[in-house]
Ligand binder design. Sequence first.
Ligand SMILES: Cc1cc2nc3c(=O)[nH]c(=O)nc-3n(C[C@H](O)[C@H](O)[C@H](O)COP(=O)(O)OP(=O)(O)OC[C@H]3O[C@@H](n4cnc5c(N)ncnc54)[C@H](O)[C@@H]3O)c2cc1C
Length: 383
Amino acid sequence: MSEKRTADAIIVGGGVHGAAAAYYLAKAGVKDVVLFEKEYLSSGGSGRSAAGLRHHFGTEVNCRLSQYNIECFPTLEQDLGGELKLEFTQWGYLWVAYSQESLTQLEKNVTLQKSLGIPSEMLTTAEMKKRWPYFNVDGMLGGAFCGKDGHINPQTLVMAYGRAAEKLGARVKTYTPVEKLLASDNKIKGVVVNGEEWSAPRVLLTAGPWSTPLAKTVGLDIPVTPERHNLLVTEPIEPFECPMTLCLDDGAYFKQVPNGSFFFGRDDQDEPRVLESGNSAKFLEGVTESVLKRMPALKGVRVVHQWSGPYDVTPDHQAVIDWTPIEGLWLNCGWSGHGLQFGPSGGRLAKEMFFGEKTFVDIHNFRLARFAENDLFMEPAFI
Ligand SMILES: Cc1cc2nc3c(=O)[nH]c(=O)nc-3n(C[C@H](O)[C@H](O)[C@H](O)COP(=O)(O)OP(=O)(O)OC[C@H]3O[C@@H](n4cnc5c(N)ncnc54)[C@H](O)[C@@H]3O)c2cc1C
């Protein structure tokens, strides 16, 4: 018997946001959810992520969503069935500043976070040195730290959401690219896959930076563009719970993950703005220099591999979570460099939007129209 090509909701893109949405919708009783992923689950930005989880944001809505995310992570492995290890750790997240401007921004962010009940704190360099004696704090002015922040395995996170959604009845179709969206009379009708039409009254676009060309197939322009970012992984060394440490001034970061490997990353605005991955020796040299300055103890640790993946960037580095002018088509994309950790809240919002419920936080600022209205909503804590 041929497969039924109708659904109550179609989700396009199997990164963390698509997989979490499938899970939340199926769990809430939506009978027929179909998720299409062009390769394997987590093959986009999600699986290339450094998977830093943090409360440290400078806008209230992101702080509130982070509180929900970080409430979910400790029990998520069990909640999603317990088959895949999510490697969740809470070794903290530290932002360091070398300039007065960055320090002032961190202080502002921490004041906001504290007002919302987030246990963040400002640290002097002496306090940092006491907690992490292996840091070189020369030239630093201070930092912002939250000990409830941490790490999760980004690939197993997405796969666990996908599997849990399937167990609840969702159809997760990997290696199945959506060729185009279908709309008529300003209403979404479905998608085209392998030349065949799949119909659904609601379609959620969670295709990261690929959302832009897909939206274009129904005449919708969304200002989400790709930005290539690199990351390298070292051989494992004895785990000593080094927090994710990020410098606002040069965009470099490092952290240890549970198997003992270190991840190094760094913002480089000269990287090509493309969807394709690709690595350069320039990244390896630049990031190593930045990180070793702060962590001289890592000198001599060997690099095992390097990868890159696309951020899906908007002009204000904030996501787009909104219904579009095409009835039934909604968006959750544009998460820039911080979207992995928003999987739980993105999934919850997708479910609330599907049912027309009041969302658990006010998401007005994430609306698509803000770009046309020139009412950008900058997130100061982005890399
Ligand atoms: C190097 C790097 C480091 C990062 N570090 C962090 C971090 O520390 N913390 C954090 O929270 N975030 C981080 N991010 C950002 C984070 O990875 C992204 O914001 C997030 O994963 C976006 O998830 P998504 O589900 O929206 O998109 P994606 O994960 O990009 O998923 C989109 C999916 O859509 C699929 N797709 C595309 N076209 C089609 C089609 N036509 N049909 C079907 N499927 C399609 C793609 O294959 C892909 O799997 C980092 C990203 C990178 C690249």
